[in-house]
Design a protein around this ligand. Structure first.
Ligand SMILES: Nc1nc2c(c(=O)[nH]1)N[C@H]1C(S)=C(S)[C@@H](COP(=O)(O)OP(=O)(O)OC[C@H]3O[C@@H](n4cnc5c(=O)[nH]c(N)nc54)[C@H](O)[C@@H]3O)O[C@H]1N2
Ligand SMILES: Nc1nc2c(c(=O)[nH]1)N[C@H]1C(S)=C(S)[C@@H](COP(=O)(O)OP(=O)(O)OC[C@H]3O[C@@H](n4cnc5c(=O)[nH]c(N)nc54)[C@H](O)[C@@H]3O)O[C@H]1N2
Ligand SMILES: [Mo]
Length: 774
């Protein structure tokens, strides 16, 4: 009696790969990896049950207390009270009226719409482009500078060698490394699980095979990291376990060995750098009486002095690539190891050679080192922001808690604006930010919080007005991204789930109510915009000397690959060839080992040349007597951040429903912990539950608990209390890396762990909040 259900395969793109969605009728049944991808991500199938999961937000929602007492100063119901479902028109009317009211009363500097977050792949429906375009046309908003990924590197590197993003685009590619590199030294390892991802989409995952080609060609790999599986185990790489937060000391000791053994390249330093003499004096201890010897660094890092000296010699004797993962700077004084990475490479004199020099973030995303022709794809224009107020991205809680308060940032004296309304679309600060109890407190301050979300994440739960957005599978889009040769026609695969709408339509609805609907849409619908972006791409391609097919052809053939780069990419090759003709963008035009600019800021937490500063929170300090384990809250293997946490892949990795936490057998034995136990992890900032994995892949003294388990407080809406699911950000510190970078310092975090016996509260994060009728 049943008729055959029609099965279709529909192309789509995600930050972790390209897929063909298998759809039966209106239902997503599977995703199939892109056939040309040599190493597909494991994350993909997690979308299948997530897309219609019960945590999808079905209709526009208003927090009950907000609906009833609109501008009441008691906002303690946020994150705790039930929601009321309302029709779209009513929700849009209310939000537009609120935006208008705040603007009239306080001006546009009362809006925070930085809205940091990864959202979804797809150029047109990029949530952040839309929220910024909307607010710019509405008169502006307080924006943020930098990223959680590499904020400290982004601030320090322009003083040292140039802006990070252009440098990343020019990183020496894997084929060049495979051919020329003899020794690859990586601080933070090469956790290929992170290279599952590139912001905007991935066609071919090249990182693992790139690395393997190096090894097959005789390149030796040495990695310094607290976690052994920060490198694919089959590559035979040499692991040097290192105490987290001590890398700057270790790098200084490498520099010391190079200097005292006369192995540094004086000719290179003379021609291409400034300030080496002052750094040299510091390394030799001429000012502070402490030579930064291998023996000195051994005490701090736990790496034997002979190992350090030997490594320095091997580096000087080989064609050496020095890599630091982005994690290296997501910690206290995170600017230092990044600056030192460049300084060490300069001392070896190999910057600009094929296979030598430095890398910032090989394996942190697939795009770094991916051999791609550089092409500037178009995006949805965001316009100009008339508001000049800005905060470093990770100072969001401080901003909300200290309106009018001062902040130092990269040589500027800033004042925190007085934020009355926060709008987020495409990010989850209750995933990404540190010290979530402080954040709960901070999110009590604004009068109104508006969020566009797909799922009932903690951010959506802490909003007053929630607009349900769609997944990429529920809309048409186009994947074009500069670290990836593949473009994908992302075709709508399934109908919109519930009463959800793409962000574009949400902001169009608001713009219409606020009198700039036409300006916002430019009269284009979804397909008009996609075609427009492709037509612009074609024009730019023609200018760059190659051809893209016309839109109809592209849409029909579904994928398109850019031609290969014309020549291999070698970082700073031109600068090496002729530093006068191709100066850097630094004040001197050279690599700055000493920076007059940075020195002029007068920051003792980031002085004029790279230094060792003892962190407050690390295993070498006093706090370790109370909290003797260092928490590595690194990126998750089974998902992107908090995305797809309720999906099968992420759920399949949980232990007793909690996020797995790895602990060394010695540390576990001391605490009577075995694999499968539920443990409590805590420090002075908070506590959470997790599922124990006892394994020597982590060093003694280290516990590893990935980010991304949905925030699940036992007492919602109140700061403090137990988190039940294993979200490490109830434990991490919310402090800037230094006054220069003000980056997040999540990786500097000490904790204690104990087994939990007796009744254990169930995980409830993957259930929707209470929804009541009016
Ligand atoms: N402790 C610790 N914390 C960290 C880190 C760490 O190393 N340690 N790393 C940090 C880093 S590097 C980063 S980049 C951040 C990541 O932090 P985020 O980027 O904020 O994390 P995501 O989970 O990707 O959040 C994206 C949200 O957007 C939603 N979304 C997806 N598509 C759309 C859409 O089209 N429209 C709308 N409206 N919403 C959409 C998703 O459902 C999801 O909730 O985390 C940081 N946090
Ligand atoms: N699967 C997956 N991949 C991702 C993401 C994801 O969520 N899921 N997120 C993406 C994003 S937004 C980003 S920014 C990148 C981040 O990429 P990274 O910043 O490189 O990644 P992390 O996982 O934070 O850290 C990598 C490793 O660094 C080591 N490490 C940490 N602190 C120290 C230290 O002090 N010294 C040394 N020597 N090693 C240390 C840890 O052992 C850790 O496993 O990953 C991207 N890739
Ligand atoms: Mo990131």
């Amino acid at each position: 009696m049943s008729t055959a259900v029609q099965r279709r395969l529909i192309p789509t793109s995600t930050h972790w790969g390209t897929y063909y969605a298998e759809v039966e009728g209106d239902r997503l049944v599977a995703v199939h990896d892109y056939a040309k991808d040599p190493a597909p991500a494991i994350i993909g199938p997690g979308i299948v049950d997530a897309v219609t999961h019960e945590t999808r937000i079905g209709r526009p929602m208003i927090r009950k207390g907000w609906l009833e007492r609109r501008h009441h100063s008691d906002r303690s119901g946020r994150g705790r009270e039930p929601f009321v479902a309302v029709p779209w028109d009513e929700a849009l009317d209310m939000a537009a009226a609120e935006l208008d009211r705040i603007k009239s009363a306080h001006g546009n500097t009362a809006f925070y719409a930085g809205s940091y977050g990864w959202a979804s792949a797809g150029r047109f429906h990029h949530a952040n482009s839309h929220i910024h375009r909307f607010f710019n046309q509405f008169g502006g908003y307080v924006r943020h500078e930098g990223t959680y990924s590499y904020a400290a590197a982004q601030q320090i590197l322009p003083h040292v060698v140039g802006k990070l993003k252009p440098l990343l685009d020019q990183h020496t590619t894997w084929p060049v490394l495979a051919e020329h590199c003899e020794l690859l030294v990586s601080f933070g390892g090469m956790p290929v699980k992170n290279a599952q991802v590139t912001s905007g989409g991935v066609g071919r995952h090249t990182c693992y095979h790139g690395l393997k080609a190096c090894v097959d060609n005789g390149c030796e790999i040495v990695y310094l990291s607290p976690i052994r599986i920060d490198m694919p185990p089959d590559l035979g790489a040499e692991w040097i376990p290192v105490r987290p937060g001590s890398d700057a000391a270790l790098m200084l000791a490498l520099a010391h060995t190079l200097i005292v053994e006369g192995r540094h390249d004086a000719g290179f330093l003379d021609r291409y750098t400034v300030g080496f003499e002052r750094f040299r004096a510091y390394v030799l201890g001429e000012g502070d009486g402490q030579p930064k010897t291998a023996d000195w660094a051994a005490q701090l890092s736990g790496v034997p002095a002979d190992t350090i000296r030997d490594l320095a010699r091997r580096m000087a004797d080989s064609r050496t690539m020095i890599n630091s993962t982005w994690s290296m700077q997501r910690c206290e004084y995170g600017e230092q190891p990044i600056w030192l990475t460049v300084v060490l490479a300069a001392m070896l004199g190999q910057i600009g050679t094929p296979g030598g020099g430095f890398g910032i973030g090989y394996s942190s995303e697939n795009g770094v080192g991916n051999p791609v022709r550089y092409f500037h794809w178009p995006s949805v224009p965001q316009g100009e922001n008339p508001v000049k107020a800005v905060i470093p991205v990770a100072r969001v809680s401080d901003m909300l808690l200290n309106p009018g308060g001062p902040l130092q940032f990269d040589g500027q004296d800033l004042t925190y604006p007085d934020i009355r309304l926060v709008y987020w679309a495409g990010g989850n600060p209750f995933h990404h930010h540190q010290d979530l109890h402080k954040m709960v407190e901070a999110f009590r301050r604004p009068e109104t919080v508006i969020v566009n979300e797909i799922w009932w994440t903690a951010m959506a739960r802490h909003a007053d007005i929630v607009f349900p957005s769609t997944t990429a599978l529920e809309r048409n889009d186009i994947s074009i991204t500069h670290w990836e040769p593949l473009s994908v026609a992302m075709k709508q695969a399934i109908p919109r789930v519930g009463d959800s709408r793409p962000d574009y339509e949400i902001f169009t609805g608001l713009a219409q109510r606020l009198g700039f609907g036409e300006r916002y849409t430019e009269g284009r619908d979804e397909m008009d915009w996609i075609r427009h972006l492709w037509d612009q791409s074609r024009q730019r391609a023609a200018e760059a000397g190659f051809e893209l097919p016309d839109f109809e052809t592209f849409w029909e053939q579904e994928t398109f690959e850019l031609p290969d780069p014309e020549r291999p990419t070698i970082l700073l090759e031109g600068f090496r060839a002729d530093p006068e003709a191709n100066p850097l963008t630094t004040p001197s035009g050279r690599i700055e080992i000493f920076s007059e600019t940075v020195d002029g800021f007068g920051y003792d937490d980031c002085p004029g040349h790279p230094v060792w500063r003892e962190p407050e929170e690390w295993l070498g300090g006093k706090l370790a007597e109370t909290f003797p384990l260092h928490l590595m809250s690194n990126q998750p293997r089974t998902r992107l951040h908090s995305q797809l946490d309720p999906g099968s892949v992420s759920k399949g990795s949980k232990i007793a429903d909690r996020e797995p936490m790895t602990i060394h057998p010695d540390d576990a034995a001391k605490r009577g912990i075995k694999s499968g136990d539920v443990v409590r992890v805590w420090n002075d900032r908070g506590s959470c539950l997790a599922g124990a994995v006892v394994s020597d892949v982590v060093m003694p003294g280290i516990v590893q608990l990935s980010t991304g388990a949905w925030f699940d407080p036992e007492t919602p809406g109140r700061a403090g209390g137990l988190e039940k699911h294993g979200n490490p950000n109830v434990l991490t510190r919310d402090r800037g890396t230094s006054r220069l970078g003000q980056g997040p310092s999540a990786h500097s975090c000490l904790v204690e762990v104990a087994r939990v016996d007796g009744t254990i509260p169930p995980v409830t994060a993957h259930r929707p909040p209470e929804i009541v009728e009016r």
